[in-house]
Every structure is written in C-alpha cells, then in structure tokens.
Write a protein that binds this ligand. Structure first.
Ligand code: PLP
Length: 272
C-alpha cells in the first residue's frame, strides 16, 4: 500500500478550535492526508475576543520544521499565522525550494476576534522574504490591500489588478478571495502568469471562523495529492462551501430539535 501524502502545517493554535491548527488538522483529515506541524504561536481566543497570544521562540519553530523533514517525505506545505518577523525569518530559513514541493501561504494578519496575528515588521518580512518563496498566496480583500498598502478592492477588476501587483512580489500564483465583497455570489480570482481565473460560489451565511485556514489547507491537501493548482483551488472552494453549509445547518439545529439519532441532553442528570 502506498503511504498517504503528507502536508507540513506551519501555523498558530486557536483555543476556540475555529481557526488555526485545529481547523487545519480537521481539513487535512477530511482529505485523507497526513499532518506534520510546526507551531508558531499559541493563542487564547473566543469568538469575540483575543485574550492572549504567545509566540513560540523562533529557534523552536526552526527545530520543528527540521524535525518534520527528518520524519518522513512531505508533499506540500501550508503556512498560516506567523506572528513576528523573527518567526517569518525562521520559516524562510527552513523552507525547501518551491520547485520541490508546493507551498501555500495564508497571509494571516488579524483575527476576526480582534487580535493582531502578524505585526508590521513581520508583514514587511513576509512581503520581502516569504512571498518570493511560495507557490500560492491566498489573501482576502483586506489582506491584499494591507500587503499592497492600498485601499481595498471594490470590484472584480480591482481584485485582479491587486493580484497582479502581488504577483510581482514573487509568489507563483495569487488567489484573492472575494468573501468580503458585498455581493450574493462570492467570486475569488486566481491569477498566475498572464492568466486570471474566476472561482465563484453562492454566499453562505455562517458564523464559523477559520474559513481562510480551511481554504488554504484544502488547497495544500489537494496539491499534496497531485491535483493541478487551478483544479485544487476549485476543489478547495467547493469543500469550504460544504463546511460552511454544514456549520450553518448545525447552528440552526442547536436552536431547535436535536437531529435524528442524537440523544436529548437532560439538564438534571450527570452523564459523565
Ligand atoms: N487565529 C489563528 C491562530 C489563525 O491561524 C487564524 C487564521 O489563520 C485566525 C485566528 C483567523 O481566523 P478568523 O479570521 O476566522 O478569525
């Protein structure tokens, strides 16, 4: 039997379980891909608040990456929260060339719970040192604007133009996600070389966090399985829509009857 493909996830943890490493592991398990990890930060977050962020010493991040590569063959890398310049530099030092394996970067800057997940100096290092090393970067509209120090894109043409400017910073491809645009349909733009491809989906109203982590991990999983880039982005987008639909169905369910087969919890009985 052939061993499963593996993805190295370089990311922070989110105690709410909504985003970060916990989310990444769940996505990669859905794609039947093994996970190795290098933890960059530990965060204490609830859905509305970032209570604390602890950065792992960069030397420990370096050691985790080296140990992952010593453990087994890795087919793709997913990078999420980095936190500081020193961590960005530790990651840059540990990365193999992107010709050897695809590297997907979710440029995490700020959590929806309010915390700063990459400081300004870290953002500069990401732009100057990390973007030229990655296969794909997946900013949303505010992240693309922050990386370019421009106003957020207001339509598809502006998204493509910003993606092209990001491409000049060195990644092989840019996927600008349209979730923050005010439209019924969410249109992402994948830009590489002279091509631009739109990937559209219906808007799903969901409160679930971590959709950026989910998408980038799903793309990395598909790439690790040998799927070409454009197809991997389309597949990952369909997966995110499914996850969001399930979470909004789950939220509806919580406020009504238990689903078929679920035990009705009894408030007065201890069950553990
Ligand atoms: N917290 C951590 C540790 C993350 O890695 C990320 C995203 O990658 C986030 C929070 C952001 O998630 P959200 O935008 O859903 O708050």
């Amino acid at each position: 039997m052939r061993p499963r493909p593996a993805v190295l996830v370089i990311a922070g943890s989110d105690s709410s379980g909504g985003a970060g490493l916990v989310r990444d592991v769940r996505v990669l398990a859905d794609f039947e891909v093994e996970v190795l990890c290098a933890v960059t930060a530990v965060t204490a977050q609830s859905s509305g608040r970032t209570a604390a962020v602890h950065h792992i010493p960069p030397q420990i991040v370096r050691e985790q990456i080296a140990a992952a590569f010593d453990t087994r063959q890795i087919q793709a890398i997913k990078i999420g929260m980095l936190g500081t310049r020193a961590t960005v530099e530790a990651v840059v030092d540990g990365l193999p060339p992107r010709e050897i394996m695809p590297i997907v970067l979710d440029p995490v800057l700020v959590a929806s719970s309010g915390g700063i997940l990459l400081d300004d100096s870290g953002r500069h290092a990401l732009q100057e040192q990390l973007l030229p090393r990655v296969t794909l970067v997946t900013p949303n509209i505010p992240e693309a604007a922050a990386l370019l120090q421009e106003a957020p894109a207001e339509d598809g043409l502006a998204m493509i133009e910003q993606a092209q400017r990001l491409l000049r910073m060195g990644p092989q491809a840019v996927l600008v996600k349209g979730g923050h645009a005010a439209a019924d349909e969410v249109v992402d733009w994948l830009v590489f070389g002279n091509s631009s491809l739109s990937i559209a989906s219906p808007r799903v109203t969901a409160t679930q966090r971590g959709s950026g982590c989910t998408l980038a991990s799903a793309i990395a999983a598909a790439l690790a399985r040998g799927t070409p880039l454009a197809e991997a982005c389309q597949l990952a987008k369909r997966y995110v829509v499914d996850v969001l639909k399930q979470s909004s169905a789950g939220a509806d369910r919580q406020s009504s009857e238990p689903a078929f087969g679920e035990e009705q919890p009894k408030n007065d009985a201890r069950r553990w």
